[in-house]
Design a binder for this molecule. Sequence first.
Ligand SMILES: [Zn+2]
Ligand SMILES: [Zn+2]
Ligand SMILES: [Zn+2]
Ligand SMILES: [Zn+2]
Length: 209
Amino acid sequence: RYGVGRCLSSPLLLVITLMSHRLHPTSPSPHPSPPQVRLCDVCSSEHIGFGVAGPLGKWERVLCRVCAVGVEGAKSLSRMCSECDTMGIFGTRGGAYGGTLHCRKHKLPGEADVKHRRCDGGSSEPCDRWAAFGGAMGERKPRRCRDHRMEGDEYLRHTRNSSAAGRRALCRREGCSLSPSFGGEGMRATFCKAHRRTGDKDVRHGLCQ
Ligand SMILES: [Zn+2]
Ligand SMILES: [Zn+2]
Ligand SMILES: [Zn+2]
Ligand SMILES: [Zn+2]
């Protein structure tokens, strides 16, 4: 303690000490990025359930169930990306951030699609593709991909684009709002002309015989 006192008693040394502190910022930010727990804007409750999205879709405010009552634009956060007003698809099942979901844009490294079930392979090995077909064993949810669908499986992955356009199906390419006419032969239309996959046929207009 004696040494420090003597050191700071010299004005020149004091200046040098201050400058060197400025040049060498010590510890990094005291808050490492995840897991960022947001609290209710009003009462600081950690049980947030509603959000108000800003113009860019980011959650500008988050609120608990009680404080959200009567707030204009408050939307339920369940199943939404924790960062923005988009369906959350990616997450870690039972991981450190258990329950937190993210959209494609805000997906964290290591997060996987927890929304769509992977193909169980039917009678062969499970594969990594999204399941879209099911029903052969009485399931009501998709269990198998196109290649592994079993006899009696039906296409079960219906788009739930219940947004502005009502129940009208949209092309499955992300961000495309055209109505689909193309799909695999004998299947329902899933893509528009511009986004059709190789081999897709115009199944909508080909129906009339
Ligand atoms: Zn609250
Ligand atoms: Zn997001
Ligand atoms: Zn498969
Ligand atoms: Zn399209």
